[in-house]
Design a binder for this molecule. Structure first.
Ligand SMILES: Nc1ncnc2c1ncn2[C@@H]1O[C@H](COP(=O)(O)OP(=O)(O)OP(=O)(O)O)[C@@H](O)[C@H]1O
Ligand SMILES: [Mg+2]
Length: 124
């Protein structure tokens, strides 16, 4: 399994006064089993790039291949791609757990007493 990006470009707000080219001719191959880190200064396009890897964002031009298949072809199964290429965003706890689980917080009961509220997921 590999993911290959071939001359991928992405432009936000294309053909408007706010147009920004976030990715420019990106060529990249991520081979099966490879662990890679992507580093760059703020606004260099890391998040934009990552969101292309499972088809969340579609390149303005260029091609992405998964298992050798062009993910932009009409019959490509994007759902299967998203099953295989998972993304974890910043603050992953908000993505992986219900808010109620994370914020087990003190609530004021109707009687005015404070109580520790726990969601059912917290219970053993
Ligand atoms: N939704 C958007 N609309 C317009 N421009 C955007 C949008 N998201 C990002 N950009 C612009 O695209 C460029 C790349 O942004 P991106 O968020 O991919 O960078 P980043 O490397 O992830 O930054 P950071 O390190 O701050 O997370 C920046 O110039 C940014 O301002
Ligand atoms: Mg980012």
């Amino acid at each position: 399994m590999s993911i290959i990006l071939d001359k991928v470009n992405f432009v936000y707000s294309e053909e408007t006064a706010y147009q920004i080219q976030a990715l420019k001719d990106v060529n990249l191959e991520i081979k099966d089993g490879q662990f890679i880190g992507i580093i760059g200064h703020t606004g260099s396009g890391k998040s934009t790039l990552i969101q292309h890897l499972n088809g969340l964002m579609k390149a303005t031009s260029g091609t992405i291949y998964f298992h050798g298949q062009d993910i932009y072809e009409e019959d490509f199964d994007l759902r299967e791609l998203r099953n295989r290429v998972g993304l974890v965003f910043q603050y992953p706890e908000h993505q992986l757990f219900r808010r109620s689980f994370i914020t087990s917080r003190r609530l004021i009961s109707r009687e005015g007493r404070s109580a520790v509220w726990r969601s059912p997921e917290c219970l053993p």
